[in-house]
Design a protein around this ligand. Structure first.
Ligand SMILES: Nc1ncnc2c1ncn2[C@@H]1O[C@H](COP(=O)(O)OP(=O)(O)OP(=O)(O)O)[C@@H](O)[C@H]1O
Ligand SMILES: N[C@@H](Cc1ccc(O)cc1)C(=O)O
Length: 469
């Protein structure tokens, strides 16, 4: 949580509002979604025959796609959103998307991309993670659609269906003997051994546990099950999931389904979002930005994107928003005339917060940023400031009539003598105009915004918003 907004400085200026069709990704309909994804840098690998999938899309065929997430944490993070963005593009183009929370697979542990075995979670923790992640998956598509509709006012898009499920639904009644008898012969151990997630562990001194070794079979069967029961033909995941996804394609290919023998299953992977040092951005690397507002507040997410470098901002705008590539290019080009404004970063931060936390939350985060950083003359009303700071959990309350030294003590937690020292040293500024004050006995009334809000700055870096009751 943000602790009363101790801040790093950046100085964005407001960018003109981005509503309107011109700015936005068009409804895709029979347009080739694969090409859209490629243009946005959202495709790492597509399984063959790629041209067949492309043709289906161009024919206007409706397809079913899925992506899974294991309940290994309380919350999804930004890295997990990449494959979900791919599903969102298909969803708004009229295709059906399925999400699978790994109630069953989460008990086993995916070895993909890891050099050590996962630590098993307590049942209670896993169950709690499952319900939180299910809610997040549902809300991602609801908010994604809301975000899309808000911007794309001209036509009602041809939306598909978003269906959310848990692989425990089909694994809980599965008997081991039945599974081995029915599917064991279709699964080749030599292929399993050759997958990166397994082969990379075979030479290490700890090897790999049987649980993690069999993980690919579970995910392969999930794909087979969804293919058979819901007509899902495409699985989407991060590029580290390629082995598990192709295991599913192999299984579907070997067993086939009577009704649609000619039907192929496909895999699409997204490039892994990495840190500047090339590490996968996620839970295991401990560098995740979570989408649960209790863990990473919308304002912290906004700040995270505001810190994007000029080199990365275009890529992230294409990845994490539905704004059209033309509009993104235009923004970056006009932003480069005045780099201090960081207008592309500001657009990115506002759009992603809107998409993840709901339309309007990006503007709220921008409001907080303007108050905290005093980037321009403050024209906000007290009610807007109070609501946004209250929602962000960083509003401080004080009784009317308290002298300034006591307000400083209350806001910062320092001692009364330290507060008076700060005043004497000239490091206290108050009010929207950042007026330097040296005396604790100063009359505060004239510095209040709408007679209810006091902005207090201690030094250049830290700002507090105080509601005067
Ligand atoms: N940094 C990332 N970039 C792109 N996709 C990612 C990233 N991190 C996770 N994913 C994808 O999100 C989906 C769900 O992943 P999962 O729930 O296992 O999270 P994870 O962060 O990969 O977990 P862990 O770090 O514990 O391995 C998978 O398809 C995975 O490839
Ligand atoms: N193995 C995936 C999660 C997943 C689970 C079940 C599936 O059917 C698909 C994907 C991961 O760890 O990222």
């Amino acid at each position: 949580m943000l602790k009363n907004a101790s801040v790093k400085m950046f100085f964005p200026r407001s960018l003109a509002s981005t509503n309107g069709l011109r700015l936005f990704q068009r409804s895709i309909g029979s347009v080739n979604v694969l090409q859209t994804l490629r243009n946005r840098g959202l495709l790492a690998q597509v399984s063959e025959p790629e041209s067949l999938l492309e043709q289906k899309l161009l024919n206007g065929d409706k397809i079913g796609l899925y992506c899974g997430a294991d309940p290994t944490a309380k919350s999804l993070h930004l890295g997990n959103l990449l494959p979900l963005m791919v599903l969102l593009h298909f969803y708004i183009a009229g295709h059906d998307v399925y999400t699978v929370v790994g109630g069953a697979t989460g008990q086993v542990g995916d070895p993909s991309g890891r050099s050590t075995e996962r630590v098993a979670l307590e049942n209670s923790e896993r169950l709690s993670n499952i319900s939180k992640i299910q809610l997040q998956l549902r809300s991602f598509f609801e908010r994604g659609l809301e975000y899309y509709n808000y911007k794309h006012k001209e036509t009602s898009a041809k939306i598909g269906r978003a269906i959310h499920t848990n692989n425990n639904n089909w694994w809980s009644d599965m008997k081991m003997l039945d599974f081995l008898a029915m599917y064991g012969r279709h699964i080749r151990v030599n292929t399993m051994l050759s997958r990166d997630s397994v082969s990379s562990r075979l030479d290490g001194k700890d090897g790999i546990g049987f649980n993690e070794f069999t993980y690919q079979i579970l995910q392969a069967y999930d794909f087979y099950h969804l293919n058979k029961t819901c007509d899902v033909t495409v699985q989407v995941g991060g590029n580290d999931q390629w082995g598990n996804i192709t295991a599913g394609i192999d299984l579907i290919g070997r067993i086939g389904t009577k009704s649609k023998k000619e039907d192929h299953a496909f895999g699409l992977t997204v490039p892994l979002l990495t840190t500047s040092t090339g590490e996968k951005f996620g839970k295991s690397a401990g560098n995740a930005v979570f989408i649960d507002p209790q863990i990473t507040t919308p304002f912290e997410m906004y700040q995270y994107f505001m810190r994007t470098t000029d080199e990365d901002v275009g890529k992230l705008l294409r990845t994490f928003t539905l704004l059209s590539n033309d509009f993104i290019e235009e923004t970056i080009h006009s932003g480069s005339q005045n780099p201090k404004e960081r207008s592309a970063q500001k657009l990115l931060a506002r759009e992603v917060v809107d998409l993840v936390h709901g339309v309007g939350r990006g503007q709220d985060a921008e409001t907080i940023s303007e108050v905290l950083y005093g980037t321009r003359k403050l024209e906000l009303r007290a009610s807007d400031i109070l609501r946004t700071f209250q929602d962000a959990g960083i509003l401080i309350r004080c009784d009317r009539g308290l002298p300034l030294d006591q307000i400083i003590v209350h806001a910062t937690g320092c001692s009364k003598s330290a507060a008076r020292r700060k005043l004497k040293q000239g490091s206290i500024y108050i009010g929207p105009e950042r007026t330097k004050v040296l005396e604790y006995s100063v009359d505060l009334e004239s510095f209040y915004i709408d007679d209810r809000v006091l902005i207090l700055r201690t030094g250049k870096q830290t700002c507090y918003v105080i509601e005067i009751n």
